[in-house]
Design a protein around this ligand. Structure first.
Ligand SMILES: [Zn+2]
Ligand SMILES: [Zn+2]
Length: 169
């Protein structure tokens, strides 16, 4: 069973702006990975630092309002609260993507043949996050990939799990 980590618990900065203009009943939940190199931490104690670094990058380098994702999940089965329910995402790469779809990031990455291990804990955490976005956030039942909105390799080796339905809560 996944464990939810609130923004206060991971030490999130306060958003610059909270935009409630999202209509996820018309879309669902979009899946992301972190990038082209391996990023998973062996020790869960390091994961909140990874999340804080992403938020810092998004707010203080990219100039965005907050961490771009609705929630963030790690290999150890934890769900870090991102923008949360009923808040527009900024991660999906298109206006319609951010209007109609929440965004959940997995803290995994790598080249296709040298990728972070996709653990049962990671998959459990994705299912928990997706269920929460449906029950508390009104998301429709569809689950898709970042690459379905825009030209990108994201979500890397997570794509088959999306296509096979393994992330269905
Ligand atoms: Zn992505
Ligand atoms: Zn972790």
């Amino acid at each position: 069973m996944a464990i939810f980590v609130t923004r206060a618990q991971w030490g999130a900065s306060t958003p610059k702006l909270v935009n409630h203009n999202i209509t996820p009943a018309n879309g669902g939940v979009t899946i992301h990975h972190t990038g082209g190199s391996k990023v998973a931490r062996s020790n869960h104690a390091d994961c909140d630092n990874s999340v804080r670094n992403i938020q810092n990058q998004h707010m203080n380098v990219n100039g965005w309002a907050d961490i771009a994702y609705s929630h963030i999940v790690c290999s150890h089965g934890y769900v870090f609260q991102g923008r949360g329910e009923h808040v527009r995402s900024a991660a999906n790469g298109s206006t319609s993507g951010n209007q109609n779809w929440y965004a959940v990031l997995g803290l995994v990455g790598g080249a296709p043949a040298n990728y972070d291990t996709i653990t049962d804990g990671l998959l459990d955490a994705f299912r928990y996050a997706i269920n929460r976005l449906r029950v508390q956030g009104g998301a429709a039942n569809a689950i898709n990939c970042h690459k379905d909105h825009v030209g990108t390799l994201c979500p890397g080796n997570l794509e088959p799990y999306v296509r096979w339905g393994d992330l269905e809560p």
